[in-house]
Ligand binder design. Structure first.
Ligand code: RIB
Ligand code: CA
Length: 328
């Protein structure tokens, strides 16, 4: 296990959420990561459920994370107005069929936005940020600390759909659709970042297809109590995808974006100027990419392309297998 000073400090902003739970478990299983904090963002479920899910998961993973990973509760609602949630996709509490232990500890006293700022200030130039839910709390953090884009080592985003059908409205992806104003502000602010954020949008993350075989491989991976939680959660996700016409499978978005930050071989990324539509009657929340340079703007993100989907699934299972073996 690398010593504390050599581990990579990470802040995870998530709307846990079935695939968020997998991404969190992946981070816990990497012994080169120090999880500096988790920001609970309303999206897949109300913020109370997301916070409880993150507290319950960090309790199950305390043997790997340590006992006190800060879990902060974010804003109740998006910047842009009323919250929409996805009980059909992630279940009434956000964890599908899984039942998490009642958290023994309370959420951090700070807001989600404040935890972003404090974690970035505690690790200037070293903190890797992940936003795998709506951008509400990251946008609020930018109001507290406008220097955030320069304080982070890099930001990795799961969100958007560029020249690709949406999964929420016809042209919109969930994380952006929940809070388009927040995403617009984040993309504008991080255009000044020393290194462009990586954007893992649907055209990349939908290359990942969990099958029944993946589910069975996960079930067999370890006797650790987190495994049945993940497989019970995923079973709901498979049922949702089947009901949505995709067959018995699941597109698992968040862990790919997190893993690619540590294993760039899993997907390439190309510079692109991207912005968020805010007023379209049919397209509000759409992420628009300017491939031909019509806006005369510098690229503000690196858009993920060419995903090694099979390589990712094998990598995910291997990291979980190795990591969960370390938990006494
Ligand atoms: O569109 C997929 C994204 O929306 C994922 O982050 C999933 O967890 C949901 O939040
Ligand atoms: Ca998510």
């Amino acid at each position: 296990m690398p010593d504390e000073a050599l581990r990579i400090p990470v802040l995870l902003d998530c709307d846990t959420g079935i695939d968020d739970a997998l991404a969190l478990t992946y981070l816990a299983c990497r012994d080169d990561v120090e999880l500096a904090g988790i920001v609970s963002t309303a999206g897949n479920a109300e913020v109370a459920h997301v916070t409880a899910n993150n507290l319950g998961l960090t309790e199950l993973l305390a043997g790997l994370l340590g006992p006190g990973t800060p879990v902060a509760r974010g804003s109740e609602a998006p910047l842009g107005g009323e919250l929409m949630t996805a009980a059909d996709t992630h279940g009434p509490t956000g964890m599908g069929h899984a039942i998490l232990p009642e958290p023994a500890r309370a959420a951090d006293v700070r807001s989600g936005a404040q935890l972003w700022v404090d974690a970035a200030r505690a690790h200037p130039g070293r903190l890797v940020g992940f936003v795998i839910g709506p951008h509400t709390n990251l946008a609020l953090a930018l109001e507290i600390e406008p220097r955030l884009p320069r304080l982070l080592k890099r930001l990795h985003i799961m969100g958007g759909a560029i020249n690709h059908r949406g999964n929420t409205a016809p042209t919109t992806e969930w994380n952006i659709a929940v809070d388009p104003e927040a995403a617009h502000r984040v993309l504008a602010a991080f255009a000044q970042a020393p290194i462009r954020p990586v954007l893992g949008a649907l055209e990349a993350t939908e290359a990942v297809r969990f099958t029944q075989g993946t589910l069975e491989a996960l079930q067999a991976i370890s006797a650790h109590p987190i495994v049945p939680v993940l497989t019970d959660a995923l079973r709901w996700y498979f049922e949702f995808h089947e009901a949505d016409g995709f067959g018995w499978m699941a597109h698992v978005h968040d862990p790919l974006v997190v893993a690619q930050a540590f294993e760039p071989r899993l997907a390439s990324a190309v510079p692109l100027a991207v912005d968020v539509e805010l007023t379209g009657a049919l397209t509000r929340g759409e992420t628009v990419g300017d491939w031909l340079g019509r806006w005369n703007r510098e690229p503000n993100v690196e858009v993920m392309r060419e995903v090694d989907a099979d390589g990712f699934v094998a990598h995910l299972l291997e990291v979980l297998r190795r990591g969960l073996r370390r938990d006494p």
